[in-house]
Design a protein around this ligand. Structure first.
Ligand SMILES: [Zn+2]
Ligand SMILES: [Zn+2]
Length: 358
């Protein structure tokens, strides 16, 4: 049925059940509408959300599901009312392909906080058909949800900017942690954390990586340019840095104590969660009261800010550190991602390795 939902034949890899196993899948895309941009997918990043979603670890997964929300490619067709893009442009689609376009959040370029967002996969378009993501050969989206990728950015390394990049860029800006000279901590050195280090350094911040893996100290400092490193399991190490940070971006999605992190903040410091642990975290209120500290959260970013982030990345030559893989390696990649065995993002070479079934 899915194959014939829409007029344009599409092909990708889908999960069929909560085993999360991905395999070839024929489906369909809508024809290019008057406000739509259709593009040939060249690369798609593998986000940790893809893994959670295909295995139904957050609940709400529907199958078959073609994951992928770090999608980049080249425009093949544009609708008659499209003004921002033309055939041949390099473009990307991130976590969203739709929103209500009329609520307060949408009016303020914060489509990410619209109550009626349409996610790039595992969601429904307004006509009731299923959205499918970028582990596929073609993509179509309203131009409002498409961003331009400047020629200076390599497309493979740029793909993860569309989720991992904006997820850490937006809170640095919103919480005022973007002023040169401020000291920011980054908790966790994975797909999100390594991007946070790069953006924070480009903004002129002093950056300390906070991790449970002391083995990451060298790469944090030498490879990513962090100024210092804290082993979060080393009490002396943590104590020595108490009261030194203006803000912390916490990317960890495993259960972890917040009190030691709040202790690292100066008065008026902000701890911002961008990871999503599956169970509630313990928060002793006194650790907020002392020093008037704030705990906040942030979820991806709006489309205007996503384009701003891409342009900033282009100016500062920021891309994700990636391991490019062929499509048929994806199940193995998911196993490795589950044990954090990747530096720091897998990106699927869709153009050269997605073999379309006859
Ligand atoms: Zn993501
Ligand atoms: Zn809205």
């Amino acid at each position: 049925m899915a194959k014939h939902e829409h007029p344009v034949a599409a092909f990708g890899w889908a999960a069929r059940d909560s085993s999360g196993h991905l395999s070839p899948f024929n489906f369909s895309r809508r024809a290019t509408g008057e406000n739509d941009v259709t593009f040939k997918v060249l690369y798609c990043g593998i986000c940790h959300s893809d893994l959670h979603s295909i295995r139904n670890e957050w609940g709400g997964s529907t199958y078959p599901m073609v994951p992928g929300h770090e999608v980049v490619g080249v425009v093949t067709e544009v609708g008659s009312k499209v003004t921002k893009f033309k055939v041949g442009d390099k473009v990307g689609v991130g976590c969203l392909v739709g929103s209500c376009r009329s609520c307060e959040s949408c009016a303020n370029d914060l489509e990410n906080y619209c109550p009626d967002t349409i996610a790039t996969y595992n969601s429904k378009y307004n006509d009731g058909t299923t959205t499918h993501g970028g582990y596929s050969n073609i993509m179509v989206a309203d131009e409002h949800f498409v961003v331009a990728i400047p020629d200076s950015l390599p497309l493979d390394g740029a793909a993860p900017l569309l989720c991992a990049g904006i997820t850490v860029y937006s809170p640095l800006r919103y919480y005022g942690l973007d002023k040169p000279g401020l000291h920011v901590g980054v908790v966790g050195l994975g797909g999100l954390g390594h991007m946070a280090v790069k953006f924070a350094k480009a903004m002129g911040l002093k950056v300390t990586v906070i991790s449970t893996s002391p083995s990451k100290k060298q790469e944090a400092i030498e490879r990513l340019g962090a100024d210092s490193f804290l082993d979060s399991r080393d009490q002396e190490d943590m104590q020595s840095a108490n009261g030194t940070m203006d803000g912390i971006i916490d990317t960890v999605s495993a259960i972890h104590p917040l009190q030691p992190l709040l202790g690292l903040l100066k008065s008026n410091g902000k701890l911002v969660m961008v990871g999503a642990p599956s169970k509630p975290l313990q928060l002793p209120a006194f650790s907020l009261l002392m020093g008037r500290k704030a705990l906040g959260g942030s979820l991806i970013g709006g489309l205007k800010e996503t384009q701003e982030m891409i342009n900033f990345a282009s100016e500062h030559s920021i891309v994700s550190d990636i391991e490019v893989i062929p499509m048929d390696y994806v199940n193995k990649a998911m196993e490795r991602l589950a044990r954090a065995d990747v530096r720091y993002r897998f990106v699927i070479d869709i153009e050269n390795s997605l073999k379309i079934a006859a």
